[in-house]
Design a protein around this ligand. Structure first.
Ligand code: RIB
Ligand code: CA
Length: 319
């Protein structure tokens, strides 16, 4: 099987960091480039965090670009309460020495996809959809290059940034609507799946003292557990963004349903909520446009993440 070309748009971010490591470790994934979006922290932080992760794992040759600094219509709301001031508090990594690519994110995406086979590239979005939406608007003729967009976002029965809205989508609902209307096939991993895909605090020892990548992930999880387990009483550290990566090559780890997704852009209490319509065609409010993950195999996802870290550690030892 030839490699799947992927582009990752992210806002590292503890779970984004693990998602990036999974993509780098996947033999069947060819990471064409990585773009950063403001979300968990300001763009300068998410960009720096990506460069740190690539340098730690030995993949600094992958092109990286900084994206747009603000959502399309509203002010950015960063998640300091979960990710800390740097966006990736906990582990201490050296300041990056790699330079990002000096171009705007829409042109960066266009450059990466234009020579790829039609319908071959998977775009993986693990932060607010600002960059992806602006690519959709700027280069509609290049959307044919995309196989799908794999998104971490939304919630069927739960929200985390409001009672009904999830952080990524809440931060730029207009961008999400543009993406849902793009006509590009979409797989979406909402909180209903990503909360099931958690790593328990007692399982963090599976990562400790096994190598630099595993230890980095252990420290990410230790910090993540403060917000999710200690302060919110959740069962473990939700692997939100890793789901959007793992689902590309390992859909067997998830349960899916088809739906029509549209954004609530005007609700006073509900703006930023994705409205998923799972009803049959005759009464559904629109044509099917998303494949939604609603279940996840927690233990297998955990084991894949452990194996990915061990693989990256082994690669570093060989160098
Ligand atoms: O709501 C979870 C999402 O928001 C994840 O992508 C996490 O990294 C944050 O960006
Ligand atoms: Ca994220």
């Amino acid at each position: 099987m030839s490699k799947v070309p992927v582009i990752i748009d992210c806002d590292p971010g503890h779970d984004d960091a693990i998602a990036l490591l999974l993509a780098l470790a996947e033999d069947k994934m060819d990471v064409l480039g990585i773009s950063n979006v403001a979300g968990n922290s300001y763009l300068e932080n998410t960009l720096a965090n990506t460069l740190k992760i690539l340098e730690l794992s030995g993949y600094e040759e992958i092109p990286v670009v900084g994206g747009l600094e603000e959502p399309i219509t509203q002010e950015l709301d960063v998640a300091v309460n979960i990710h800390g001031e740097s966006g990736m508090d906990g582990p201490v990594l050296p300041n990056p020495v790699t330079e990002p690519v000096d171009m705007n994110v829409m042109d960066f995406f266009a450059d990466l996809v234009q020579d790829q086979e039609d319908g071959s590239v998977v775009m993986i979005a693990t932060g607010p959809l600002t960059n992806v939406a602006m690519f959709v608007k700027t280069y509609p003729d290049l959307l044919c290059k995309l196989d799908k967009i794999s998104i971490m976002g939304g919630g069927i029965e739960e929200g985390n940034w409001s009672a009904t809205a999830e952080f990524n989508i809440w931060n730029d609902p207009e961008a999400a609507q543009i993406v849902f209307e793009s006509g590009v096939p979409i797989d979406i991993y909402p909180l209903d799946a990503t909360h099931k895909a958690h790593i328990k605090e007692s399982e963090i020892e599976l990562f400790r003292h096994k190598g630099p990548i595993s230890q980095f992930v252990a420290e990410l999880l230790e910090f993540f557990a403060i917000g999710y387990v200690h302060e919110r009483g959740m069962a473990g550290c939700p692997m939100h963004d890793p789901c959007a990566v793992l689902g590309v090559l390992h859909p067997e780890l998830f349960d899916y349903a088809e739906a029509y997704a549209q954004m609530d852009l005007d609700g006073i209490q509900t703006r930023g909520t994705i409205i998923f319509d799972f009803r049959q065609e005759e009464i559904r409010s629109g044509d099917l446009n998303v494949t939604v993950a609603h279940g996840a195999n927690r233990e297998k996802l955990r084991d894949v993440i452990v194996e990915c870290c061990e693989k990256l550690d082994a690669q570093l030892l060989e160098e």
